[in-house]
Write a new protein. Structure first.
Length: 467
């Protein structure tokens, strides 16, 4: 099955938000690029007609996908609809009929995680699982125990090689660029270790609040929503060893080793925050203890990274929306010309969003007789952040059976092992004002390492690049 492309695409939750915002645009894009030619079957509980689903797809593409009338005509022609309850065997019998001669379907579960097991078991009971692949969306559980239980349930119906755990963050071009930069440039390897690196900061800031996701966010919080997955994935890409081959599992094996080397967090390693006004958001409890901000100090216990702190920060209602990695190098062992403090040390900056850039911070002599210098930043900026949306890339990979950019079972469980000790309100939540960099208490996490480096807005970075 690994070498054969899927011959039908089935998405559960066809009338939901994920299908509306991501799946329909991705399907149209693949059709436009000539990468998609198979039946499309939407499954949902809603008592809709096929015409209503087509209308929903049309509206989705107008809003999120730059409607292509020719590609939409193809999508509309291929689209079918099966309505029914996910707990009813009749729904899956109808799906089996709709599949017709297709024998290698790809099932995409764009539904709440608590329904994953129900649908997986329904597919197996209706003999819809043979030769099939299954795509599920994060979160993969709420903690280590629930992730292990989910994996056991899915494995009853599907082998691990047929399960594709999608994290759209891994399909983003800038994240893949981070991995490429590490292993395609020989100058980096000699200094990419604890002998030369002082610390690493990973910041994911969002300048908005819930945007109607209050009910869902109450079940997650910043640690479950982005730290356990997106942020730890970035740390794994920064710290993993080079894969021994181009095979997908060679990359995932090295990431797994990186995850396993991450020291489990303790309450002393984390500060949680909640922006003022969160409890007034729709769907949020008035006494909510859910964090909208988290600052973490993490260690990776390997020979290469022993003693290097990794500072992770993620939050909503920050001053800017940006994701950035800052790798700070150690100062020269002796100040030959002028004093250099930690803030003036060399660094690599990886800007992952919304703009994309790789920068090197260095010191250069100021004009004049004095042997004094100033900090400069050498910037290589890519004009386009994405060559194609991550969902188009990831859906295409899943249809071809390429698992490289998907999360493996052991990786999920290892990542949960890192954050498990600080879940369930293990630390107090500190309030912070909207459009600030989080609670003042977060400064203690990074005390002694020069403080946080706050990502700058795009305009400010453009001015800096012209200096």
């Amino acid at each position: 099955m690994e070498n054969l492309e899927s011959d039908a695409f089935v998405f559960f939750g066809a009338t939901g938000d994920l299908a509306y915002e991501q799946i329909f645009p991705a399907l149209q894009a693949m059709i436009t690029h000539g990468q998609f030619d198979m039946p499309i079957i939407g499954v949902a509980k809603s008592a809709w007609s096929l015409e209503q689903l087509r209308s929903r797809a049309h509206e989705s593409l107008e809003k999120h996908g730059c409607l292509d009338s020719q590609a939409f005509a193809v999508l509309s022609e291929k689209l079918q609809y099966v309505k029914g309850d996910y707990g009813s065997p009749e729904t899956f019998h109808q799906l089996r009929k709709a599949l017709g001669a297709a024998c290698r379907p790809l099932y995409y579960l764009a539904i709440p995680p608590d329904l994953f097991a129900t649908v997986a078991e329904g597919l197996a009971h209706a003999d819809c699982d043979n030769g099939a692949r299954l795509v599920i969306e994060k979160p993969f559980g709420r903690d280590l125990a629930s992730a292990q239980a989910l994996n056991r349930t899915l494995r009853k119906s599907f082998p691990e090689s047929a399960i594709f755990r999608i994290d759209h963050y891994l399909g983003k071009e800038p994240v893949q660029n981070l991995l490429y930069f590490r292993f395609a440039n020989s100058f980096l390897e000699p200094i990419w270790n604890s002998n030369y690196i002082q610390s690493v900061q990973v910041t994911m800031a969002e300048n908005f609040g819930m945007r109607g996701r209050g009910v869902l966010y109450e079940e997650l919080g910043a640690i479950r929503d982005v730290v356990q997955n997106h942020m730890l994935e970035v740390v794994a890409l920064l710290t993993m060893e080079a894969p021994i081959s181009r095979e997908p599992d060679a990359l995932r094996d090295e990431k797994q080793r990186a995850f396993r080397a991450m020291r489990p967090l303790s309450p002393a390693d984390i500060v949680r925050g909640q922006f003022q006004g969160y409890r007034s958001e729709k769907g949020v409890a008035r006494d909510s203890k859910v964090e909208t901000f988290a600052a973490v100090k993490l260690y990776v216990d390997t020979w290469r990274w022993a003693g290097v702190p990794f500072y992770i920060r993620a939050g909503k209602q920050m001053p800017v929306t940006a994701t950035e990695v800052l790798v700070e190098l150690k100062r020269p062992p002796q100040a030959v010309f002028d004093a250099i403090n930690q803030r003036q040390a060399n660094y690599f900056r990886f800007r992952l969003s919304p703009d994309v850039s790789i920068s090197l911070g260095a010191r250069a002599k100021l004009p004049g007789e004095a042997m004094a210098g100033d900090q400069v930043e050498l910037v290589v900026r890519q004009a386009k952040a994405e060559d194609r949306p991550p969902y188009e890339r990831l859906l295409g990979d899943a249809l071809r059976g390429d698992p490289m950019l998907f999360v493996r079972e052991d990786g999920v469980e290892a990542a949960w092992s890192v954050v498990d000790p600080v879940l369930e309100n293990a630390t107090p939540v500190h309030e912070y004002d909207p459009h600030t960099w989080g609670p003042i208490e977060a400064d203690r996490i990074i005390a002694g390492d020069g403080g946080w480096h706050n990502p700058k807005p795009i305009a400010d970075k453009a001015k800096e690049a012209t200096k």
